[in-house]
Design a protein around this ligand. Sequence first.
Ligand code: HEC
Length: 132
Amino acid sequence: MKNVTIITGLAVLLAGWLTLSALRPETSLPTAVVMTDSVKHDPATGLAVDERLTLVVAQCTACHSSKLILQNRFTRDGWKEKIRWMQRTQKLWDLGETEPVVLDYLVKYYGPEQKAFDGRRKPMPAVQWYKL
Ligand code: HEC
């Protein structure tokens, strides 16, 4: 009658486990992270979507990945200084009348106070990672 002993033993274990899991308070599975910002991110570049996106993509991702933008936060002067630096040393062209538009965009989404999109500071479920 060994089998009966084993089966009874298993049944007792199962019953105990079921009782314990029933008594256990609500298990703390991570709840869905709710994104509070309504900004959409372009799947191809990860950049914030607005009416200036196409212009910024054309001007700013021709030589390098958008990641260089995504991982930086500068003031308007800071971004302007980066543009001047790229113009001096990296053959970036004159942005002409699009420069203020590009700067507005950069400061709005990648200004110093825009910490929300910075992957280094918070896990960002809405960010679409892409290959460099
Ligand atoms: C003509 C080519 C070219 C274009 C166009 C260009 N960049 Fe760059 N940029 C570079 C090069 C080259 C680097 C240095 C890359 C490196 O260090 O790996 C760079 C670096 C950067 C960096 C990093 C600077 C740092 O201090 O680490 C940022 C930010 C940046 N670019 C933003 C922009 C933005 C914004 C635009 C659009 C206005 C733009 N880039 C357009 C060539 C370009």
